[in-house]
Design a protein around this ligand. Sequence first.
Ligand SMILES: [Zn+2]
Length: 489
Amino acid sequence: MRRIFLALGAALVLAAPAAAAAPDLGKMNAAELAAFMHAFPKGGELHNHLGGGTPAEALLAWAVEDGLCVDTLELAIRLACSGPNLKPAAEVAADETLRSALIDSLTVRHPGFRDRSGHDQFFSAFSRRGSLPKRAGDALAETLDGLARQNTFYAELMVTPQIAASRGLGAKVGWRGDPAKTRAALSDAGLETLVPAVIADTDAMEGRARQVLRCGTPQAHAGCQVTARYLFQAIRQGPPEQTMAQLQLGVAAIAADRRWVGLQLVAPEDSPDAVKYYDVHMRIVAELTDRGRKVPVALHAGELTLKLVTPEAASYHVRDAVRVAGARRIGHGTDLPNEVGADALAAEMAAKGVLVEVNLISNGSILEVTPQDHPYAWLRTKGVPVSLSTDDAGITRSDLSGDYATAVQTGATYDDLKTSARNALAFSFLSGEGLWTDPNVYRQPVAACTGQIGADSPKGTCADLVAGSDKAREQWRHERLLKAFEAGR
Ligand SMILES: [Zn+2]
């Protein structure tokens, strides 16, 4: 009996592979890929604008509840009901033809809508999506629930608090000749006294989101389980002192409130002000953050093609975001291979661990760059860390799972996508030490957690790390989800 058992045991050992083979995504059809990607735990999302994440249907429903109107000529939601061509939102919601045209207008689902390019339709949609500030919490709830439905539990969302107050102060103070002098003048004028208002806005937004999601009740939505952090986004249009006032308020908010974790610069990178002031914007960020050493910085850079800007403007934006401003993450980076010295820059980013937030579906809509022409595969080859994200899923009519499925068209394997998901936490701006000594590789956990990754609960010093570090806590949760996902296949 014993001999038989041993023989059987040996046979089993020989027959069992060392580890389950990774799924071959390239062989899956669209339906298989969609189902797989929705269930796959994608870790988190690092590039998601709260103002662009909401589906048009939700915006219209809020407009009806809030008694807003729709400009039926422009096909835009308006906060006031006085003026020509305005109809109550409730009437538009009840008129299927008009309702459908409004959804076309608030998204990029209808190619060539009103003869606009994808770029123009996308960026102009923001001004037509009219949503009251009090709805920020509703938008947050929508985004968090959407991620939870996709088995994803961390979000770093771009938000623009106190825009009128901060930019107004910037206009009053004016440009003082260089970033250091302007910084001092903004502080003297009381810019940092706006921080309590930012915190109050954040409290109100989160409070409303918890209410919508019924957090803390037996009917709590899955979105209550998603951890949210915020990037303070400043608009790269208008006079530089106004952009600087926003960024400087962001720096103060990050110092005062752990929910605020980093800076961003937004608005079309090809717009005249963004191009004209690009260099000064980089110097402003460098001044305010000590080249990214004191404050985490992520910057939109290289969301460009030669259809949008001159060859000169397309030649250096990512380079200066990294080398002048000290960005730890680059939003888009689509144009990076076309920059002067691209190979050396990519090598530098790989060595420094500067991550690119890759937005394949957004880049298809706005830049007309197909997945096959996108540099995502090139970045992986170069060892540049990458993580997939949606950008503005409410306008592109997509979701994070869709971006993961699209990535397969670039030749991404299951291991590449697992790295993207892990990168969304390892390269997040969450505080504390992470679980890995080798982010973007993931072979070597920190000593305290060796042999424990994926276990039910951490033990010993690993338990101390997970309890004391926001980043380690989220990574621990993600590794358990990954293990369960892989075991279930
Ligand atoms: Zn973006």
